[in-house]
Ligand binder design. Sequence first.
Ligand code: GLN
Length: 258
Amino acid sequence: MNNSKKILSVLLIAVMAMGMLAGCGSKKAADDSAKDAKDTLVMATNATFPPYEYVEGDDFKGIDVEIAGEIAKKLGMKLDIQDVEFDSIIAGVQSGKYDMGMAGMTVTDERKQSVDFTDSYATGIQVIIVKKGSDIKSVDDLSEDTKIGVQQGTTGHIYASDDYGEDAVTPFNKGADAVQALLSGKIDCVIIDNEPAKAYIESNDELEIIDTEYVKEDYAICVSKDNSDLRDKINTALQELKDDGTIDKIVSKYIPAE
Ligand code: GLN
């Protein structure tokens, strides 16, 4: 070994030793943050999905926001809502950045490989929005030649790509952007969850939801596979909130019976 190599390896050992020391320090920091995290339930959502989650003024509003608030109360924790891209929620829950993801999120077998889901607290339906007078009258009118708009990473995106091929599908960051593209004639329809769909057509006369349902699905909260303790606690809280009518009350506040 020549001299410069020796110096290099001594330096390397020193750096490694420092790394180990630093490692000890950060373990303590991690312990502290675990303690903090215990007081706070960090929820990742994508607040562009009315009536489940949306922003009004400076506040988060919606069914998920209120149910999460009730769950946090039962767990004796503060709720911290992080508004992120829908597409990044599962990875963030998996890595422990967020304690849970709640975003009108559908339980799917594929997602179950990455995260655990709590019991379901709501049902969603994938529906199809078209411009009034469109040739698309039912789901049977969709084909590989239809220009279908979806929200990136959602079940609508996944199913439409599976059924009609990726070339037929245009993903948008937000459901609202897909609806805008429909209005301007860039796409022929939008596949999206029924309640946000209703909210979009309510504010637009030119649009309608066609009468056939595309897919029915269950919404649940996702948690890390390493945190079955939290999943169990949330399930207990959800059951209590179902039994005492709190969930029904929250849902009917946002979705009036027809
Ligand atoms: N329910 C759909 C899904 O889980 C859409 C959810 C959303 O856009 N927030 O993919």
